[in-house]
Design a protein. Structure first.
Length: 223
């Protein structure tokens, strides 16, 4: 994906869209393509949109791909629980009409230069990582998932290792894998997102290794 320059016409406002397709990447992860009339360049990797998933209810999604020439925006959604967002991701189908607000700046993951980029996250970060603007040859990382969702990583072509979540202990497998990881040092750029307590612990581990260029976005916390 080439770096896009933010355009004045891309400032957030309500847009109408149609679901062009919805693909099951794993039992709980779907990629939804939105057809948007009048889509213009200017979307920066890491931008988010707020989709009207039910009357008066909005949920935020980081886009995984945008194609202004075709007028399409892709988002990756994780189905968890019985909330309105999960219901929308689960039931989105071709031809469905909706509205969304955005794009809005969230976490800029466009990178220049040749220093390596390291990704750390989970199911909720796959769309963010898929939208990364950096040569794939210099990207690696770790994501923590339940085993049933591994096919989504492969479907998105993410250059990351997968570790499986310990039952009832989000982040434990990810942090153990990070602690064992070699080759991280000054000069590495890192994107850390997902489970909030895990994000905090991972940032501390990375800083001990001398990784200081960090882009961080907690997405959720276990209640």
């Amino acid at each position: 994906m080439s770096r896009l320059i933010r355009h004045a016409a891309s400032r957030p406002f309500v847009r109408a869209a149609t679901v062009a397709r919805a693909d099951e990447l794993s039992p709980r992860i779907r990629r939804i393509r939105l057809q948007v009339e009048g889509l213009v360049p200017g979307w920066v990797p890491g931008d988010k949109i707020k989709v009207n998933v039910a009357p008066g209810v909005h949920r935020s999604y980081t886009f995984s791909a945008v194609n202004p020439a075709r007028g399409t925006v892709d988002v990756v959604g994780f189905i968890h629980g019985n909330g309105a967002g999960s219901a929308w991701v689960c039931n989105a189908s071709k031809g469905q009409r909706l509205e969304f607000f955005g794009p809005k700046a969230s976490l800029d993951v466009s990178f220049s230069g040749t220093a390596p980029v390291f990704l750390l996250g989970d199911e909720t970060t796959l769309g963010l990582f898929a939208g990364l603007d950096a040569p794939s040859a210099q990207v690696e990382g770790i994501v923590e998932l339940d085993a049933i969702d591994r096919p989504a990583v492969e479907a998105l072509g993410l250059p990351v290792d997968v570790v499986y979540r310990a039952s009832g202990q989000p982040g434990l497998a990810l942090l153990r894998a990070l602690d064992r990881r070699r080759g991280l040092s000054v000069g590495t750029r890192a994107v850390v997102s997902g489970h909030a307590p895990t994000v905090r612990a991972a940032v501390a581990l990375l800083e001990k290794r001398g990784v200081t260029e960090l882009r961080v976005k907690p997405y959720w916390a276990k209640r």
